[in-house]
Ligand binder design. Structure first.
Ligand code: ARG
Length: 589
């Protein structure tokens, strides 16, 4: 940001000058938010580091620097403390000024990337013909948030659903349809006419077929062989199978779109594994011609192990011995497709962390065979599992796989119960419960580091208190209701007034002031949990501030307006924050 340099940056300027004035390198003036907020707001540990280089006692250096710093506009106290810390507090008037200035800035002063990256993010991965289930939730929720955080700091991000529409499941479905409806024209190899427009099944039949066929194939070798052949024939372009596959796609896509929409996940493109198939022949030819791919035990492979490996990284298989392509082939060809379409600087995959080694192979293979530019960043965010109370992957009470829409519905129901005493019209109440329920679910997920497993806890996630989505929303609703009581609001003041500010107010100002720093870190580390952490703290501070001060009843109009302005800015920051987590706030709850 131009007019609102981060407080830390400003302090670093001052401290850097002071270190330099005393004859030390200015880099020792690095400042962080204090890890002992009871002692001070900001701290500089540079005297400790300088002590080694200049062979002097750290406290002596700290004392010199503090003396050189002298009186400063923005600083209220700056002390050297044993063994050599420099503890800094900023004047509360300056803080209020700063926060008011933030409020006038686009994105509250979050700097827009100097060199915006084009990023493709692959975070759907649902398979057609299968309903969206709870296992699909984490990639969809984490990916959506990472996409929004990166956009907030100015990158160009393309979200891709990358649906699984080409592998084993399709072969199984075709095989099972053939058993059930052998007379369908799609199975007649001699048929040359047009195929019917109407699909020979509906979505519920499709969803029943797949698990049935999958189970059956595990117990019957000939059936499995049959479906393997079906997928190969499909990949070779057998007309009847292509027509069936198109029906499967259309019926299933419609359902998947509805479900992703219900979750608030918005893909920019609905890419599919099959989209990349057209690139496979050329890709394989190049890999062979350039000597990267060779035949091993009948299969075509590329070696991807590296000298520094501590674990065995097997070769990346490109073609099976029968010539069939695999998951690997598709992912590599999808990289080719993405480079052609978007020329991205980075591709991010949000996929179950159990595919860690697999993506390691894919990335190495893509680099080695030059599918990407040398500086294209390939990033794998391996998400952990959402577990049930028993610590095992979340299941229905009967032990089956839960549909995502059912889970969303259950959470909304629980929120409805929590709002039982609210006297809202039924329809509005349901809408609110859906919003708050989604927030509960997504916050419960995103507040954990993506790679960690966590336990789904209905009671805790939906609570209106504590580190939860509903608590964040409740705090926003509280601010909205205060503002509503006040009616038309005056313009926000340009500058902070000359008041004594209480502890709670100062805490709130400091937290607001940290926003840009937090967002930049969350974007650099692709870490939505940092946004959650911040919003939780902000909510606590807003509530602390609200309880410590009689805002609406304050008689000093200027002071009252400053307080209200701080709340308005906090509310706007909440709104941007929850938008980064991809949920919304109701007007009341
Ligand atoms: N459809 C795959 C599965 O069900 C996940 C796809 C993840 N994304 C990818 N580019 N491989 O396991």
């Amino acid at each position: 940001m131009d007019n609102v340099n981060k407080i830390i940056t400003l302090l670093e300027e001052l401290l850097g000058d002071a270190f330099e004035a005393c004859g030390y390198e200015r880099r020792f003036g690095a400042v962080t938010v204090s890890n002992r907020p009871d002692l001070c707001q900001y701290q500089c540990n540079g005297a400790m580091a300088a002590a080694k280089q200049y062979r002097k006692a750290p406290i002596a250096i700290a004392n010199e620097v503090v003396a050189a710093l002298g009186e400063r506009d923005m600083i209220s106290t700056c002390d050297a403390v044993a063994p050599g810390f420099i503890n800094i507090n900023v004047k509360s008037e300056y803080l209020a000024d700063y926060v008011l200035r933030m409020g006038r800035e686009e994105h509250f002063g979050v700097e827009q990337a100097e060199n915006p990256r084009t990023v493709v993010i692959d975070y759907g991965g649902a398979n057609v013909a299968k309903p969206l289930h709870v296992g699909h939730m984490r990639p969809a929720v984490i990916g959506e948030s990472v996409k929004r955080i990166l956009r907030y700091v100015g990158h160009k991000v393309i979200g891709d659903a990358h649906l699984g529409d080409w592998g084993t499941p399709i072969g199984l479905i075709i095989t099972e349809l053939r058993v059930r409806k052998p007379d369908l024209v799609y199975f007649d190899p001699d048929y040359t006419g047009e195929y019917p427009k109407e699909p020979p099944f509906d979505v519920s039949e499709l969803e029943e077929i797949y698990p049935y066929a999958s189970k059956w194939s595990k117990e019957h070798d000939d059936y499995r062989e049959e479906s393997r052949k079906a997928i190969l024939e499909l990949q070779q372009g057998r007309r009847g199978y292509m027509a069936l596959w198109e029906h499967i796609m259309r019926v299933s896509m419609e359902d998947l779109k509805k479900n992703y929409d219900n979750l608030g996940t918005q893909f920019d493109i609905w890419g599919k594994e099959s989209d990349a198939q057209k690139h496979i022949p050329d890709m394989i030819r190049d890999m062979k011609e350039n000597g990267y791919a060779y035949i091993s035990e009948g299969a075509l492979v590329v070696d991807v192990k590296e000298e520094t490996d501590t674990k065995e990284v097997p070769p990346c298989m490109i073609l099976k011995s029968d010539g069939a392509t695999l998951y690997n082939t598709t992912d590599l060809a999808t990289i080719v497709e993405r480079m052609k379409l978007f020329d991205p600087d980075q591709i991010i995959y949000v996929v179950d962390k159990r595919q860690d080694l697999y993506f390691d192979q894919i990335f190495r293979c893509a680099r080695k065979t030059k599918l990407v530019k040398p500086d294209t960043i390939l990033t794998f965010i391996g998400n952990g599992t959402m577990n049930g109370q028993d610590g095992k992957p979340f299941k229905t009470r009967e032990g089956g796989v839960m549909r995502l829409e059912v889970l969303i519905e259950n959470v909304a129901e629980e929120v409805m119960r929590k709002m039982a005493d609210r006297d809202f019209p039924e329809e509005e109440k349901r809408e609110i419960a859906h919003k708050v329920g989604l927030a509960a679910l997504k916050y419960g997920d995103l507040s954990n580091q993506a790679t960690k497993d966590y336990i789904f806890d209905m009671e805790r996630f939906t609570s209106f208190e504590g580190n939860t989505g509903p608590y964040i929303l409740y705090t926003m609703v509280r601010i909205k209701s205060i503002l509503a009581k006040l009616g038309e609001l005056p313009e926000m003041p340009e500058q902070g007034g000359a008041y004594e500010r209480g502890t709670e107010e100062t805490k709130l100002l400091l937290t607001i002031a940290r926003f840009a720093d937090m967002v930049e870190k969350a974007a650099a580390e692709l870490a939505p949990h940092k946004v959650c952490q911040y919003l939780f703290e902000l909510a606590d501070n807003v509530n602390g501030f609200y309880h410590a001060n009689k805002i609406v009843g304050e008689s000093d109009e200027a002071k009252k307006n400053e307080w209200i302005s701080i709340l308005r800015i906090a509310l706007a920051i909440f709104a941007d924050g929850i938008a980064m987590l991809a949920f919304e706030a109701p007007d009341r709850m």
